[in-house]
Ligand binder design. Structure first.
Ligand code: NAD
Length: 426
């Protein structure tokens, strides 16, 4: 298989390294496409041989060279590349979120239906062993019919803050966190429940990041970015991108080309996304989800509980228990080691029985071995996976539209029926 990449930033590396390493027999990298030449040069060096590089307006040339396209660009640009690749009959592997709005969903659905190419959305969270274990238990009927789900996701001041430093801080680029981030979470719920969302109500607000909140808390006179800032190295919100050679190469050394500043102040002007989000979703099987996401927590992780007719299932995950201030601003691997503490517990509570802790079998590599399972699915095929982890365009659309509907609901104050968005979700 001949693979082309569009979008050569941070995320592309996992797929590039896979094709250079464990999955090298699955295909070769034949073309790169990005608006930034410096970032493409970084990847050409990494690949270790000449690979043709193209600008966005040369994407037709990319399609001539490739059998499949891996899309890892800024979210709002996914739809145009996905549709062009599908219309050329190419396979597409696209990062989440599939796209950022209802128009993108409709265009991708139409292109996917008329194309001979196959589309995979790489929802890596499905492959995390703890999330797979939940799916298996619910499929087996361990708690009977699921009636409601309570799902809270907390992003800490390392991970959560980072969305407010770069393009994610603008809704036009990322769809806001209810699309960019929650697409993972809404997809998990759709897949766990094997049901489609149908009615959404939400409330959201920007309460922590952004210039207005900073002024209210007396944080005036902020530098516009990390590089050259007086607080570099001491202020826990000012990131030092020159401390990590890879971030420096990909962003600082590349910004003269496109003005992409990777270390903007999280308390600066121009942020139009929210950092506190609460959503209620009703599904086709009558289950109701109560969901919340907030982006400035002192710890990172999630808690999800399923209430069913035969009991309750609870998954508690701590990905990072706490962070000393220097680890938040020095993105190097050594600093991350100081950010500590992780744990996970999956508890099955059946009526009239003692609670049972379900063992979670983690493997080697990122996300408890989940990243390897995903890459294997992508490059070798899912091989009759009983959990049906590989996601297609319908899955991508369902989760994006939940976030889009929640955003509309938060703005209007009214519940939104997903059928109002004109794209089938079931
Ligand atoms: N599944 C996950 O856990 C996960 C993690 C990180 C990122 N992602 C996804 O991967 C994608 C990329 O994220 P990232 O962190 O690598 O971002 P990034 O900013 O590091 O990289 C984005 C790249 O896209 C390029 N680009 C922007 N506009 C373009 C255009 N019109 N045409 C071609 N290239 C363009 C940029 O120059 C940059 O090189 C996003 O969709 C993000 O949601 C997923």
């Amino acid at each position: 298989m001949r693979y082309a990449f569009v979008g050569l930033g941070h995320r592309a590396q996992m797929y590039v390294d896979a094709l250079l390493g464990e999955w090298r027999d699955a295909g070769t990298i034949v073309a790169l496409c990005d608006l930034n030449r410096t970032r493409m040069d970084y990847y050409v060096e990494r690949i270790g041989q000449e690979v043709p590089c193209f600008a966005p307006d040369e994407f037709d040339k990319v399609l001539e060279l490739a059998d499949a396209v891996i899309v890892t660009t800024v979210d709002a640009t996914h739809a145009r590349y996905v549709c062009a690749a599908l219309d050329a009959g190419r396979d597409v592997i696209v990062e989440k979120p599939l796209t950022v709005d209802a128009e993108g969903c409709a265009a991708i659905a139409a292109a996917a239906e008329r194309s001979s190419g196959k589309l995979i959305v790489t929802f890596n969270y499905r492959y995390s062993p703890r999330n797979s274990a939940v799916r298996r238990l619910l499929m087996e009927g361990a708690i009977g019919e699921v009636t409601s789900v309570h799902f809270e996701w907390t992003l800490d001041t390392i991970h959560g803050a980072d969305y407010f430093r770069r393009w994610h801080r603008q809704r036009a680029s990322s769809g806001g966190l209810l699309v960019h981030k929650s697409t993972h979470h809404f997809d998990l719920v759709n897949w766990w429940l094997d049901a489609a969302p149908e009615l959404v109500f939400a409330q959201t607000d920007l309460r922590f990041y952004g210039a207005g909140n900073a002024r209210k808390r007396g944080l005036d006179e902020r530098p516009e970015r990390g590089q050259g800032a007086p607080g570099l190295g001491s202020d826990p919100f000012i990131l030092d991108i020159s401390a990590d050679p890879r971030l420096k190469r990909l962003y600082l050394d590349a910004e003269h080309e496109d003005g992409y500043v990777r270390d903007q102040d999280v308390f600066g002007e121009g942020i139009d996304i929210d950092d506190n989000m609460s959503v209620l979703v009703r599904y086709t099987n009558r289950a109701v989800l109560t969901y919340s996401l907030h982006a400035h927590a002192p710890w990172e992780g999630y808690r999800v509980a399923f209430n069913g007719t035969a009991g309750r299932l609870e998954l508690d995950v701590v990905e990072r228990e706490w962070t000393p201030p220097h680890a938040a601003v020095d993105p190097s691997a050594a600093a991350k080691e100081h950010a500590t503490g992780s744990s996970e517990r999956l508890l099955l509570r059946r009526h009239w029985s003692e609670p049972e802790e379900i063992p979670i079998e983690n493997g080697a590599g990122g996300h408890g071995g989940g990243d390897r399972l995903l890459l294997n699915d992508v490059f070798r095929g899912p091989d009759n996976d009983p959990l049906a982890r590989q996601a297609g365009y319908r899955d991508g659309i369902r989760s994006v539209l939940t976030g889009v509907a929640a955003t509309v609901s938060a703005r209007t104050g009214a519940p939104v029926h997903l059928s109002d968005h004109g794209t089938r979700v079931s």
